[in-house]
Design a protein around this ligand. Structure first.
Ligand code: AMP
Length: 403
């Protein structure tokens, strides 16, 4: 029997998101989420998409990732999709930080595990959780190929001029300080899907991808290769996000330490969790912010304006980085759903060849679609992202037996 299934695992510190796909057509067989691992109130939500039956929920304590994955395996087995099936070709793991070492998806062995571990100082919250997921899955199916797909990999093609900060080179290198970028799986998928929407190959087009979710990042992609991205050493740099500040003068941090008496950890929390939209107006959900704007709420209006101002600066910057732009693609929760953000982001940019058609922009649709007026110099598109499918595709390309 040909093994055509791939299980994608995205392991967080207290959660595991998963999806099982059939790579013959990329269809979803099952998906789910285990939350609050290690607490009394853990919850497993499992949706057996192939079986067409409804979502099942299991609540009660799930002690650790090992127990979580075993519970997931149990639910999959109930639908005849058990992890012991010969149809399972591989497990693909999302790994947040691959440093400079991992430029491509990589089959995991002990050496690779050790290298991901060596990168923990660069992603102290994410890489340990990703590693736990990998170790647990390997223990469960030691014979099965497991592949790490890195959030940073797509950005490793950035030239040094974009990847380096202008600080002392020895200090930067000693501490591995450089711009790595994140959301790479999404930027890779969306830039390729945008080329496809234009009916051209990725090598032929220059695309600006705007991944606007709760986390947000922009990238400039020339001929299928990333040449700049807005997140840096960590996901804090760049656009205004749901709870992160994005760009700010680094001296703000010294000021908060010296004058505000705050510790490094307090400032870390402030900038990552209590800034961005939530810091500006108390809400980080764009739906709620738009509702408040429509009601005349001034703080929500200001938050929206600051968000859009930063976004426009990056669009302009990446037009300059690329020289010629074929398409601007909006993706993720805000990018795919918030028409007012898209409209405001390109308003008045006709000089750069950018415009949206009001009706096309307001229309709701599922797949990739153009929202620029017919004949526009630059295509503006909404291109839904699918990070799980991209991880599965990259995993399967590496290990799939295509006989
Ligand atoms: P993501 O991180 O890609 O899941 O995006 C989550 C964010 O998308 C939420 O915090 C909302 O701000 C935004 N979002 C989701 N649905 C909508 C919608 N229908 N309209 C506006 N914003 C949305």
């Amino acid at each position: 029997m040909t093994a055509t299934r791939v299980l994608v695992l995205n392991s967080g510190s207290s959660s595991v998101k998963y999806r099982l796909l059939d790579m013959r057509d990329g269809s979803r067989l099952a998906a789910g989420l285990v939350e609050r691992i290690g607490e009394q109130t853990s919850r497993l939500k499992h949706t057996p998409l192939a079986a067409g039956t409804g979502t099942r929920e299991v609540t009660g304590p799930i002690a650790d990732h090992d127990a979580a994955l075993k519970a997931v395996a149990g639910e999959l087995a109930r639908d005849g999709l058990g992890l012991d099936s010969p149809e399972l070709a591989a497990i693909g793991h999302r790994v947040v930080h691959g440093g400079r070492r991992f430029t491509e998806p990589t089959v995991i062995d002990d050496t690779v595990l050790a290298e991901i571990e060596r990168l923990i100082p660069l992603a102290p919250l994410h890489n340990p959780a990703n590693l736990t997921g990998i170790r647990t899955a390997r223990a469960l199916r030691p014979d099965l190929p497991q592949v790490a797909v890195f959030d940073t990999a797509f950005h490793t093609t950035m030239p040094e001029s974009a990847a380096r900060y202008a600080i002392d080179v020895e200090t930067a290198d000693a501490h591995r300080i450089r711009r790595y970028g994140f959301h790479g799986t999404s930027h890779a998928y969306v830039s390729r899907a945008t080329a496809e929407l234009l009916g051209r190959s990725p090598e032929e087009v220059n695309v600006i991808v705007l991944h606007l979710g709760n986390g947000a990042s922009a990238s400039a992609v020339r001929g299928g290769r990333c040449v700049d991205t807005s997140m840096g050493l960590t996901p804090l740099e760049g656009l205004v996000m749901g709870t992160r500040s994005g760009d700010l003068d680094p001296a703000v941090i010294f000021h908060l330490m010296r004058v505000g008496g705050m510790s490094a950890d307090e400032i870390d929390t402030l900038l990552n969790k209590r800034s961005g939209l939530i810091g500006l107006c108390g809400d980080n959900d764009m739906r709620e912010i738009r509702r408040r704007v429509d009601e005349g709420d001034e703080r929500a209006r200001l938050a929206f304006d600051i968000y859009v101002h930063r976004l426009r600066k990056y669009i302009g910057a990446y037009c300059a980085v690329l020289g010629t732009v074929d398409a601007v693609a909006f993706t993720a929760g805000v990018g795919e759903n918030a028409a007012p953000v898209r409209e405001a982001a390109v308003a008045g940019l006709e000089g750069l060849g950018l415009a949206v058609d009001g009706e096309l922009n307001a229309a709701r649709a599922d797949g990739p679609r153009l929202i620029s007026p017919a004949g526009a110099r630059v295509a503006v598109a909404v291109v839904p992202t699918d990070e799980e499918l991209e991880i599965a595709t990259q995993t399967y390309a590496l290990v799939g037996k295509h006989d």
